[in-house]
Ligand binder design. Structure first.
Ligand code: TUI
Length: 319
C-alpha cells in the first residue's frame, strides 16, 4: 500500500485529498472521503461563517477522522471563515484563488495544517517560506478557477524547489494519474471531479449526469478576460459568456453574467444556464459510485500500474 509523508502529516490512511469544491464539497461528501481513508474537505466557497459552522458541526458527527476546510479567497467572508476554523480547531485548511500569506501565522498558532493551492513555482516558494505545511500544485486540467500550467509541467518544477511535500491536482482520476503524480515528485494527490460523481456527493443529479456524459473535449474555459478563468462543461451559459467576452463587454458585465451560476447548476440542476465546473478528466468518468469504492479501486489498481511499469523497466513486453 502506498504511504507517503502526507499520511503522517495529515494522519490519514491514503495520500488522497478531496478538492474543497464550492457548493459541491459538503460535510456529507467530505465525511465519506475521510471515513474511506482520504482527507475530506468542506468547500467554504462564498458561504458566510454561520453556514460553514453548521457544516463543521455536522462533519464532526459523521466522522472521527481528520478533515479540512477550503477557504476561497475571492469570497467576501474570508476573515470570518479564518476566525471560525481557528476557533473550531479544524485540523487542515486548504486555500484557493488567492494568497493566504497573511493568515498563515494565526492558523499555525493552533497547529492547523495549512496547504495552499498554488498555480506557479513563485507562489509555492513564497508559501513554503511563510510556513505552509505542504502545497497543492494544481494544473490547468482542473475544474473551476484555474492557472495556466499543466499538472505535468507544474508539479516537477515545484517539487524541485520546495522541501515541503507537494500534492498534485488537476487531471487525476484513476490509479494511472495517481502513480504519474508520484513519478512527477508529488507525495499525494487531490481529486475533485471524480468525487462529484459519487453517491455521497449532494449536488443535483443533472450535474453528476453532465459530468458522466462529458467527453475529452467537453470542458472549456470562460472568464479569461475577467482575470478569473474558470473551467466548466460547455453549455448555453458558455456560449453567452463567449459572445459577451468577444463583444468587448466590461469585466463588470461579464462578472454579472457569472453571478449565482454555480449554485444554479449544483442546487437547481440547471445545467444549461448554470456553471457546471468540472475538470478535463470528466471524459474518464463513466458511473456514479460510493466514495469508498472510488478510493479502494484507485488503491487496488496501483499494483497493476506499478507492475506494468516494472515490466517496462526490465525491457519486457507486457499485454
Ligand atoms: O480555487 C480553485 N478553484 C475554484 S475556486 C472557485 S469559485 C469561483 N467561481 C467563479 C470565479 C472564480 C472562482 C471555483 N473553483 N482552485 C485553486 C486555485 N487557486 N486555482 C488557482 C488558484 C490560485 C490563483 C492565484 C491560487 C493563488 C493565486 O494567487 C495569486 C496571488 O495573489 O498571488
Amino acid at each position: 500500500m502506498i504511504r507517503t509523508e502526507i499520511c503522517e502529516l495529515l494522519q490519514i490512511k491514503y495520500p488522497i485529498l478531496q478538492g474543497g469544491m464550492a457548493w459541491v464539497a459538503t460535510s456529507e461528501l467530505a465525511a465519506a472521503v475521510s471515513n474511506a481513508g482520504g482527507l475530506g474537505i468542506i468547500g467554504a466557497g462564498n458561504a458566510p461563517g454561520e453556514v460553514i459552522k453548521k457544516e463543521i458541526e455536522k462533519i464532526k458527527q459523521l466522522t472521527d477522522k481528520p478533515f479540512g476546510v477550503n477557504i476561497m479567497f475571492l469570497s467576501p467572508f474570508v476573515d470570518e471563515i479564518i476566525e471560525l476554523v481557528y476557533r473550531e480547531r479544524v485540523p487542515v485548511v486548504t486555500t484557493g484563488a488567492g494568497n493566504p500569506g497573511k493568515y498563515i501565522p494565526k492558523l499555525k498558532e493552533r497547529d492547523i495544517k495549512v496547504i495552499p493551492v498554488v498555480p506557479s513555482v513563485a507562489l509555492a516558494k513564497k508559501m513554503e517560506h511563510i510556513g505552509a505545511d505542504a502545497v497543492i500544485a494544481e494544473g490547468t486540467e482542473a475544474g473551476g478557477h484555474i492557472g495556466e500550467l499543466t499538472t505535468m509541467a507544474l508539479v516537477p518544477q515545484i517539487a524541485d524547489v520546495v522541501k515541503i511535500p507537494v500534492i498534485a491536482a488537476g487531471g487525476i482520476g484513476d490509479a494511472r494519474g495517481f502513480i504519474s503524480a508520484l513519478a512527477l515528485g508529488a507525495k499525494g494527490v487531490q481529486m475533485g471531479t471524480i468525487f462529484v460523481c459519487s453517491e455521497e456527493c449532494t449536488v443535483h443529479e443533472n450535474y453528476k449526469n453532465a459530468v458522466i456524459k462529458a467527453g475529452d473535449r467537453s470542458t472549456v474555459i470562460t472568464g479569461r478576460s475577467t482575470g478569473h478563468p474558470v473551467r466548466m462543461i460547455k453549455n448555453k451559459l458558455y456560449r453567452e459568456f463567449d459572445k459577451l467576452e468577444k463583444s468587448g463587454a466590461s469585466v463588470e458585465e461579464i462578472e454579472k453574467l457569472g453571478a449565482g451560476r454555480l449554485r444554479l447548476a449544483c442546487i437547481e440542476g440547471d445545467v444549461d444556464m448554470g456553471s457546471v465546473m468540472a475538470g478535463q478528466i470528466s471524459g474518464l468518468i463513466k458511473e456514479i459510485k460510493p466514495v469508498k469504492e472510488i478510493i479502494e479501486n484507485i488503491i487496488a489498481e496501483c499494483d497493476s500500474v506499478i507492475s506494468r511499469l516494472n515490466y517496462l523497466a526490465r525491457g519486457e513486453k507486457h499485454d
